[in-house]
Design a binder for this molecule. Sequence first.
Ligand code: UDP
Ligand code: MG
Length: 150
Amino acid sequence: MLMEQTLILIKPDAIEKRLTGIILSRFEALGLEIAGAKVVCATEELLREHYANLQGSPFLDGVLKFMLGEYNHLPDHRIHAFVLRGENAVARVRAALGATNPEKADPWTLRGQFGCIKNGVMQNAVHASGTPEEAQREINLWFKPEEVLK
Ligand code: UDP
Ligand code: MG
């Protein structure tokens, strides 16, 4: 049994549509446990660190604007952040999300159902860590150790 943790961020498009509960319920239905939960007023600095892999890419500016809520009337930059825990959590959560591009994601996945491309940005409702190593890095970025159940 491979117990893993993974970081979930509900993105501004999904927050605006009040989809947080629906998205979380899908992860709970997979048997995953919520080990951490908070509302974060994200800063550009935090988001640049989170998306360090996009450094130098032409769409980084659009992604930062999107994640800061500028396309979704969220002036306080709120993001809903969760740590989920369970067997093979990283891969199972990514499978539930579907492809990065919501127009290519299978229609029954979260991104296929709730995502769209707007303002040149893939507004795909939810972030999830891509690998266990990425998950540890991202959880440390968004949560203090005492905010996550052991
Ligand atoms: N993104 C985008 N256009 C692209 C690639 C990425 O708008 O061509 C955005 C999209 O919101 C994506 C995020 O940048 O979720 C991070 O990109 P990554 O390649 O890490 O995809 P993910 O891991 O989120 O599937
Ligand atoms: Mg990624």
